[in-house]
Design a protein around this ligand. Structure first.
Ligand code: CP
Ligand code: NVA
Length: 296
């Protein structure tokens, strides 16, 4: 039984296998007459739709469940919800506030659990990010990724994914919004070459890709004003892209706020790959689900 709670649950070889499957439009219909439960405690555009369509493409039936409907630890425990859903579904996927919730679901160990974003990680996004980078550059060994902004769930999974693909990672963030010591240790243990700075241009210098995400993640709305102030100057604009490599691409997990973390001229400009990146969420999800059901 395999779960995907963070991208480093997959070895580098397994990542290759999942991404190879993601490139195949006609995989075996491993979900034929089977269900996948998709539990969402937070809103979603890309994750819900890409997962639902990936399930359909594998012959299965997705069931969307709003978090308030199952009421984790209010109506019944996370474990009891998981046991019950595992009786109907081949896979359970969940977007949660606390990462510990997906860990508790995985501990039930009845069907594979997929993390659809927690406060700590966004592995399904990282899979699509790697797919998009491979489509742009082929082999990623020796390439460099610059992440500018909040060292959040997306940044952490991205850094682990890029490290596994042989890329160097440069992160520009205000000092109080950097990786935790635990994250830094995990990245170091994984052998990821990470450089941290508080200067976006320094991070982007010569890099092959520049990535950013919102300054205020879902669940942090109370901190929005303070974050706006702290991240002033961390916008990815044309001056940041200008110091990156000549063929560098711009990536963003979306949703985006033009004029905050990214300039409209960048996200809507010729170096932006955000639309193929968003569409790759579906291909990555199909590859992952196909692999998860085959390795059981
Ligand atoms: N990138 C991403 O996860 O988008 P959604 O929040 O819309 O699912
Ligand atoms: N960091 C963002 C990502 C959204 C896809 C959040 O957690 O809200």
């Amino acid at each position: 039984m395999r779960h995907l709670l963070e991208i480093d649950d997959l070895s580098a070889g397994e990542l290759d296998e999942v991404l190879a499957r993601a490139e195949q439009p006609n995989l075996d219909p491993v979900l034929s007459a089977r269900g996948v439960a998709l539990v969402f405690e937070k809103p979603s555009t890309r994750t819900r739709n890409s997962m639902e369509m990936a399930v359909v493409q594998l012959g299965g039936h997705p069931v969307y469940i709003h978090g308030s409907e199952v009421g984790f630890d209010r109506r019944e425990s996370v474990e009891d919800v998981t046991h019950t859903l595992a009786g109907y579904h081949a896979v359970i996927a969940a977007r949660v506030f606390e990462h510990a919730r997906v860990e508790r679901m995985a501990a039930v160990d009845r069907v594979p659990i997929v993390n659809l974003l927690s406060d700590a990680a966004h592995p399904m996004q990282a899979l699509a990010d790697l797919l998009t980078l491979r489509q742009a550059f082929g082999d990623l060994t020796g390439r460099a990724m610059a992440y500018v902004g909040d060292a959040n769930n997306v940044a952490r999974s991205l850094a682990l994914a890029c490290g596994a693909a042989g890329m160097a990672v440069r992160v520009a963030c205000p000092p109080q919004y950097g990786f935790s010591d635990l994250d830094t240790d995990r990245l170091a243990a994984a052998g990821v070459d990470v450089m941290i700075t508080d200067r976006p241009h320094e991070a982007a210098e010569g890099c092959d890709a520049v990535y950013t995400d919102v300054w205020t993640s879902m669940g942090q709305e109370d901190e929005a004003e303070q974050r706006q102030r702290a991240f002033e100057g961390f916008i990815v604009d044309d001056s940041v892209m200008a110091v990156a490599a000549a063929d560098a691409v711009f990536l963003h997990c979306l949703p985006a706020h033009r004029g905050e973390e990214v300039a409209a001229s960048v996200i809507d400009g010729p170096r932006s790959r955000v639309w193929p990146q968003a569409q790759n969420r579906m291909h990555a999800a199909r590859g992952l689900l196909s692999w998860l059901l085959d390795v059981r």
